[in-house]
Design a protein around this ligand. Structure first.
Ligand code: NAP
Length: 477
């Protein structure tokens, strides 16, 4: 018997709302519609902003210990519904089961970190008498919430990248309207159920679904919004900045991440880690390993082991517990990835494994004989493609990793401290991972990019800072 199709609702002003128009949520592996979600009208979107605006004064004055408790409730309820939410991620994003469960576990932690951070938001005293004009005065500064935050999120981590905006916003006393990616709206709606059950007051958190060009834009231009927190592609990020006007923005954008493997690297650890970093979530991770620079002294052995490991990957139905690589988000993206591979081959590259696709499923693909100007090297692939480049001098490899319009994260496998520090100094990125790949992230570390990879930082404490403003107080007794 076929499972029933869920009919979902939006969550606005503490109420569950239907709309005239709806859109399907597609299982990315089977292609079936497994839910329908309402598309927010302009009126509903404005109602959501209005509700968040009205809820702000009371929420911003809610004591920290209460915000801590409510966010702890969100974390606990998410943990209780781990399997259910992981199944939804698996189906709507096409993410392999083990990584879907992993995403829920990370989000449980992200809300716990946010709860803890709610208790730590504080300022400092200022030694006023350091200036002759400040003598006899008392000064201190506070962190204050901004108001209504718009959160616009991508498809690839529909729970945890939402958590990185919702957790900090609520922790510091902001209210929020969330617009998830149109391909993965269901996880966000399930989160709204959890937030309601956790006891967060009506209007503090709202979810509206619809296209970026309509709902996303309405949430960008509205003057009642104080801050836009966006994760997605650089062109959309730039468009939002142009339209936002005088609002605070945080931009978490793309990358074509590089990792260097020096001859002293522990290959037994590095090879499986590099394979996972290139192909987890079909390479649709902003810090996926896309460019792999391997020293020529070990290249032959590294590539042999890398291919052996890649061939072991189980590709296909993400709901199967041992699946490693599921489908990509849309068939057009898989077609694009396949085209990029063909183009690279026409320009002289060689495919060692993969290179083909079936529907949305792109085979994990390893390329060699690549050149810097090929798309697979110089643009963000966001697909299960990795290019291996053999180098002779460490300094050249560092320069090649740095030679990118992006600057999110990079990895270097070496036990030579001088080389590690050289790379840390020369690569202009938000994070350098030594003896790991670009993909390493835990949710409380500062995370974000330079250059085309974005503006500002997430990682709970850092997002809290970006979601507050500083108020200076001077007292003349
Ligand atoms: P995307 O196409 O840029 O979409 C991201 C979000 O923006 C979606 O909710 C989208 O809505 C919305 N949007 C589209 N056009 C808009 C507009 N004109 N105004 C306002 N909102 C608009 O990105 P994606 O394909 O979902 O995600 C992939 C990208 O995200 C990659 O570049 C990846 O590197 C980046 N990413 C970065 C990070 C990071 O932390 N740095 C993390 C994950 C992903 P629709 O879905 O309706 O189009």
């Amino acid at each position: 018997m076929k499972a029933p199709v869920w009919n979902l609702k939006l969550y606005v002003a503490g109420k569950w709302v239907s709309e005239k128009e709806s859109m399907p949520v597609i299982d990315k592996f089977t292609g079936e519609t497994f839910a329908n979600v309402p598309v927010a009208s302009r009126e509903t979107t404005e109602r959501a902003i209005g509700a968040a605006h009205e809820a702000f004064p009371a929420w911003s004055r809610t004591p920290a210990h209460k915000r801590y408790q409510l966010l702890s409730n969100v974390s606990r309820l998410l943990e209780e519904r781990r399997e259910e939410i992981a199944t939804i991620i698996c189906r709507e994003a096409g993410k392999a089961w083990k990584y879907s469960v992993g995403e829920v576990s990370r989000s449980v932690e992200t809300y716990r970190f946010s709860a803890e951070e709610a208790k730590r938001i504080h300022g400092e005293t200022v030694p006023m008498d350091a200036s002759f004009a400040g003598e006899g005065r008392v000064g201190y500064w506070l962190r204050t919430p901004l108001g209504v935050v718009t959160a616009i999120t991508p498809f690839n981590f529909p729970l945890n990248l939402v958590a990185h905006k919702v957790g900090p916003a609520l922790a510091v006393g902001n209210t929020l309207v969330l617009k998830p990616a149109s391909t993965t709206p269901m996880t966000a709606i399930k989160l709204a159920e959890i937030i309601e059950e956790a006891g967060v007051p009506a209007g503090v958190f709202n979810v509206v679904v619809g296209s970026g060009g309509t709902v996303g834009e309405w949430l960008t231009v509205d003057p009642r919004i104080s801050k836009i927190s966006f994760t997605g592609s650089p062109p959309v990020g730039e468009q939002i900045i142009r339209k936002a006007g005088l609002k605070k923005v945080t931009m978490e954008l793309g990358n074509n991440s590089g990792t260097i493997i020096e001859p002293d690297a522990d290959l037994a650890a590095a090879v499986p880690r590099c394979v996972m970093s290139a192909f987890a979530n079909s390479g649709q991770v902003c810090i996926s390993l896309q460019r792999l620079y391997v020293h020529k002294a070990i290249a032959k052995e590294f590539i042999r082991r890398f291919l052996e490991e890649t061939r072991k990957l189980k590709v296909g139905n993400p709901l199967e517990k041992d699946c490693d690589v599921g489908p990509m988000i849309e068939e057009k993206e898989a077609i694009r990835a396949e085209e990029w591979v063909k183009e690279a081959v026409r320009e002289g590259a060689k495919v060692l494994v993969g290179g083909k696709r079936e529907g949305r499923v792109m085979q994990p693909t390893v390329l060699v004989n690549v050149r810097t100007e090929m798309k697979v090297m110089c643009q963000e692939a966001f697909a299960p493609l990795v290019s291996i480049y053999e180098y002779g001098k460490f300094e050249d490899a560092v320069a090649m990793v740095e030679d990118s319009p992006y600057g999110l994260q990079a990895g270097v496998y070496t036990n030579d401290l001088k080389k590690a520090m050289y790379a840390v100094d020369r690569i202009n990125v938000g994070g350098v991972m030594i003896n790991d790949t670009s993909i390493f992230r835990v949710d409380h570390m500062p995370y974000g990019g330079n250059k085309l990879s974005g503006l500002g930082r997430e990682g709970v404490r850092f997002a809290c800072e970006e979601m507050t403003s500083i108020k200076m107080v001077m007292i003349k007794p």
